[in-house]
Design a protein around this ligand. Structure first.
Ligand code: FAD
Length: 262
């Protein structure tokens, strides 16, 4: 069984973030970049601002959206945020002539996803990895066996990719919570600090409803508590619990490493 969404797509992360920042500036927001927050300023049970390398900034409301680094900012307040920094490997494959493009695909039975990238490339990754790492120091490359595994997965979905070419890959760090949902809402017992962090891809896709729903809930003093998904949307936890079937091996040409999938 499959679901096809003709209107769906994907957003380039850097372009999207810069577009949001540009719109915020147009609406009067001041954005300060390259100035790390060193600590949250607290008075009693109230967060009053942030300490930065450039000086203290007082604020009536502080939203901690520091992703993988949110736990470190909140720990001094005695708050534990359950984010596991998990190394996530992505691999590139060049599509062979004649295979111009394809839809973005989430292949839950195989536990993988793939989408076209510029330069006749397709980018492929597993839905879930389990290697917890230090987000400030980890292997940013892709492992050879991971390249081979993804070569098999893409050739299984698109048999023509047996004639594709591996173009290596890279690693980033995913912000994984126990239920793969974002950590969202006011902190119980602490006024004027709201974490909204993590949750991996699901968090990105639920950002729009999150953005409209939680400020009003927050101002009314409601506490979602723990992790929550305000949209009730798709939990990527479903994907991680999928059983992987053993599949027939397929060949794909590889430039890095120069080995054939057996
Ligand atoms: C390899 C990879 C592939 C992915 N693919 C997808 C995908 O296909 N689809 C999808 O939906 N999601 C994907 N994700 C997940 C997605 O990127 C994250 O869920 C999303 O970026 C989290 O957004 P965020 O704003 O919570 O945190 P982040 O994007 O991590 O932003 C946090 C920001 O806070 C800043 N910061 C941290 N500490 C401080 C501090 N002390 N002071 C000031 N600033 C600070 C950081 O520099 C960073 O800019 C992928 C992730 C990885 C690693």
């Amino acid at each position: 069984m499959a679901a096809y969404e003709p209107e769906s797509g994907y957003a380039d992360a850097a372009s999207t973030t810069n577009a949001l920042a540009a719109s915020a500036r147009e609406l009067g927001a001041a954005i300060v970049q390259h100035v790390p927050v060193e600590a949250l300023l607290v008075s009693g049970n109230r967060v009053t601002g942030v300490r930065t390398a450039g000086g203290d900034i007082q604020a009536p409301t502080v939203v901690v959206c520091a992703g993988l680094w949110a736990p470190g900012l909140l720990a001094p307040l005695g708050i534990t945020v359950p984010i596991a920094p998990t190394r996530h490997q992505m691999c590139f494959f060049r599509r062979p002539p004649g295979f111009e493009t394809h839809p973005g695909i989430i292949d839950r039975p195989s536990g993988t996803y793939m989408r076209p990238e510029t330069g006749n490339l397709t980018i492929v990754g597993l839905s879930a990895y389990r290697e917890v790492v230090d987000p400030d120091q980890y292997n940013e490359g892709a492992d050879a066996q991971e390249v081979m595994r993804n070569a098999e997965l893409i050739a299984n979905r698109f048999p023509v990719m047996e004639h594709g070419l591996s173009m290596g890959g890279y690693s980033g760090v995913y912000d994984v919570t126990p239920d793969h949902e974002p950590v969202l809402g006011p902190i119980p017992g602490i006024t004027a600090s709201t974490p909204t962090s993590a949750g991996a891809g699901t968090a990105s896709s639920t950002r729009p409803p999150s953005g409209t729903s939680w400020p009003s809930r927050s101002s009314r003093g409601e506490r979602p508590g723990g992790t929550s998904n305000p949209s009730g949307g798709r939990g990527s936890g479903t994907a991680t619990s999928c059983r992987r079937r053993r599949r027939p091996t397929r060949r794909i040409r590889s430039s890095t490493p120069r080995r054939r999938a057996s």
